[in-house]
Design a protein around this ligand. Structure first.
Ligand SMILES: *Cc1c(COP(=O)(O)O)cnc(C)c1O
Length: 429
């Protein structure tokens, strides 16, 4: 990659949430291995992001590569309509095995947002089959479920800029965001707003959808497991399906294989994505109960109306199976709890820093909520100059390294973050 390429990128290629007139700096990466990203000038960066939750076993993982190579020598893709293949069957067997018994019907798709669309369509078709007109979804504020239209409609109205799409987005119900944090004491008041809405709109609600325990892109907050326990109970009492979006939290990130395990609950529909393939391919899975699947199948269309071109892509399925194999060797838990211990020990003292509002740690996720908005371009330059890769947003600096990260590299990530807090240019003061 030379300057000519970088200028082309600036001029012609959109990056996430970016402007074509005033684009943010993008750093050219030519390869990646383990926890390192290699810049085109030969320098390496320690990666603290796992490329947005996904690369949990590290980059360029030998075992994942091998699984991909093995599959590519057989076939990269075949349509899933009217055809099936061993890679999909093996993966779905594993997914059913590692999730609760009640979840037994799987829909494979291309990405997290699409998985959310599918989960929402499942609940809509479920009620249609039962002859009820239920079109409203109940969720909580500060949520994030993706950038497609229906996923956006249940994401936080402010964070997801609902105002940009006024009259185009369906209007849903937003309960107050949980206030009791994961480690604090539970107060029954916290669930009041949710309970009130579910009771008031009982017969209109198609499903409840939320992220379990960790609210990710909506503010990196960790809420109390009792909230989820009571949501589950209310959904059960009112006979409303519960959609749990584990796209960010699934596969060990929070210290449990799935974050809903912190509350000991079982969803009716489960969305998986991001780290499903160890961050190598784009793939999602939406898993539901036999009851919901059969009700949909007995409905007026006799089928579930969705079928992406790349559904069940063999390469993605094969590498997802191998990623789960790695997790099933059970090293992840010790790794994640080890990261949690270091993050707590090293980050909690930063609460005293005058630029810091709050520090939170859960599993292999560390969050520093600053008092001020962050100057993203400047802080990123500072991080890159100091050999690390972290991408903050709003007033949040957060870490979610690959589970395989070594202690020294983790200390380095934390040391550079600490230094950045004293850099005036990194904040909008
Ligand atoms: C990232 C994310 C999504 C969207 O997934 P994409 O693959 O980006 O479409 C949905 N829900 C949650 C909780 C996420 O973190």
């Amino acid at each position: 990659m030379n300057q000519y390429d970088i200028d082309f990128d600036l001029k012609h290629i959109w990056h996430p949430y970016s402007s074509m007139i005033n684009p943010i700096t993008c750093y050219p990466i030519i390869s990646a291995k383990g926890i390192f990203l290699k810049l085109n000038n030969g320098k390496s960066l320690i990666d603290g992001m796992s490329s947005w939750w996904s690369v949990i076993h590290g980059y360029n993982n030998t075992r994942l590569n091998k699984a991909l190579n093995k599959q590519i020598s057989k076939m990269s893709h075949i349509m899933f309509g009217g055809l099936t293949h061993p890679a999909a069957i093996t993966l779905c067997r594993k997914l059913i095995h590692i999730t609760p018994e009640q979840l037994e019907c799987i829909f494979l798709a291309d990405s997290g947002s699409v998985s959310v669309e599918i989960a929402m369509k499942m609940s809509l078709q479920y009620w249609q089959s039962l002859g009820e007109n239920r079109k409203v979804f109940l969720t909580i504020r500060n949520g994030y479920h993706g950038d497609t239209f229906f996923a956006m409609s249940v994401s936080d109205p402010q964070n997801s800029m609902h105002s940009l799409y006024k009259n185009l987005l369906p209007i849903h119900l937003f309960a107050d965001a949980p206030k009791c944090t994961f480690e604090s004491q539970w107060h029954q008041d916290d669930i009041y707003s949710f309970n009130k809405l579910i009771d008031q709109y009982e017969k209109k609600i198609s499903a409840v959808i939320l992220e379990p325990i960790v609210q990710g892109a909506g503010g990196m907050k960790f809420y109390h497991p009792e909230y989820l326990v009571q949501v589950r109970k209310a959904c059960h009492d009112y006979k409303i399906p519960l959609i749990i979006d584990e796209i960010a939290t699934g596969f060990g990130r929070t210290g449990k294989l799935f974050a809903y395990e912190h509350a000991g609950i079982i969803p009716d529909i489960l969305c998986l994505g991001k780290s499903l393939t160890g961050g190598t391919m784009t793939l999602s899975a939406t898993i539901t109960t036999r009851k919901i699947a059969n009700t949909i199948s007995n409905g007026q269309s006799n089928c579930f109306m969705h079928g992406p071109t790349f559904m069940g892509n063999p390469l993605a399925c094969a590498v997802a199976s191998e990623s789960i194999n790695i997790l099933q060797e059970h090293k992840w838990k010790k790794q994640v709890l080890g990261i949690q211990k270091i993050l707590r020990y090293m980050l909690y003292p930063l609460k005293e820093h005058p630029h810091v509002f709050d520090v939170r740690v859960l599993g292999a996720i560390g969050v520093i909520e600053c008092q001020y908005l962050i100057n993203i371009n400047n802080i990123q330059r500072f991080f890159v100059e100091n050999g690390i890769w972290i991408r903050p947003f709003n007033n949040l600096i957060y870490l979610m390294p690959a589970y395989i990260i070594d202690k020294k590299s983790l200390y380095r990530l934390i040391a550079v973050i600490k230094k950045s807090l004293d850099q005036k240019q990194c904040f909008i003061l």
